[in-house]
Design a protein around this ligand. Structure first.
Ligand code: PXL
Length: 277
């Protein structure tokens, strides 16, 4: 039966009630990739329309995260795992122990410290624990420019040269691959993402899109990499496909309300169907 071969992908992340980012983005992406998504929720994020869409983060307690991981890991082994917003330093410690104990492979660490570029810094205090405990266990780590700066100890990153410098430093922390999500925030007219495997740089370029309906793009990109790895793609192929997947999602982003516009995670497959029909 086809079910036997279905790949299992876990996300350990926060809930974004607005549906574009967080574990909602991850699960939708896993589904679009034809994989089976599992979750351990670490925090609940709400946004207040009466206060300019101000974000509040409510961490889940560590015991509850532990019990969710136990539930997930009681099935047969995972094919990949992705992390997003982690809620607390204790949860990060628990996660690093769990990765070692269960020898989890194909690990994508999305070191979430901010929402949307650097507009809204969420849980920057988790940065040091992510750097020490999770980055060394990562198959791929996927910081945006702000997070790359935090991990690499660089004040600000806005050019390709600075992205390369940060990628080298983050690689030295122990990640097997570093993908810096420059996206539209890099200087110039191209959206740039950079992959570094310790010896070679690979640059992924797209023309910058004229839209601000891109909420959840970073989570979706990292989730797509994890699902691609679960399905047996090489890192470079997984990143290339994830870039195409998220670009289509951004092109089909929409206004949810006057504050936020999420990407649409179903857009890539919809476009493929159109092409094939
Ligand atoms: O996009 C970063 C992010 C990650 N995870 C959760 C979020 C957000 C931004 O809103 O809510 C749960």
């Amino acid at each position: 039966m086809a079910d036997k071969a279905i790949k299992r992908v876990l996300t350990v992340a926060g809930s974004d009630s607005s549906g574009g980012a967080g574990l909602q983005a991850d699960l939708k992406t896993f589904q679009e990739y034809g994989t089976f998504g599992l979750t351990a929720i670490t925090s609940i994020v709400t946004m207040d329309p009466d206060q300019g869409w101000n974000h509040a983060v409510y961490p889940v307690n560590t015991y509850q995260v532990e019990q969710q991981l136990k539930t997930v890991l009681s099935g047969s082994s995972l094919d990949a795992m992705k992390t997003g917003m982690l809620g607390s330093i204790e949860i990060i410690e628990l996660l690093s122990e769990t990765i070692d104990k269960h020898q989890i492979r194909n690990i994508v660490i999305d070191p979430v410290m901010v929402c949307k570029g650097e507009n809204e810094v969420l849980q920057p205090e988790n940065g040091a624990a992510i750097r020490e405990l999770l980055v060394p266990r990562a198959t791929v780590v996927t910081p945006n420019l702000f997070e790359a700066g935090q991990l690499a100890g660089m004040r600000s990153i806005s050019t390709l040269e600075e992205m390369k410098e940060a990628a080298r430093v983050i690689y030295e922390l122990g990640a097997k691959h570093v993908v810096i999500k420059g996206g539209k925030f890099v200087e110039g007219d191209q959206a740039l993402d950079l992959l570094f495997d310790g010896s070679e740089f690979t640059l992924f370029k797209e023309t910058k899109l004229e839209t601000s309906y891109n909420h959840g793009a970073g989570c979706t990109f990292a989730a797509a990499i994890a699902a691609g790895l679960a399905k047996g793609l090489t890192v470079i192929d997984a990143v290339a496909k994830a870039k195409a997947f998220v670009t289509e999602g951004i092109k089909n982003g929409f206004a949810f309300n006057s504050f936020v516009g999420p990407v649409w995670h179903g857009a890539y497959n919809k476009a493929e169907q159109r092409l094939n029909s």
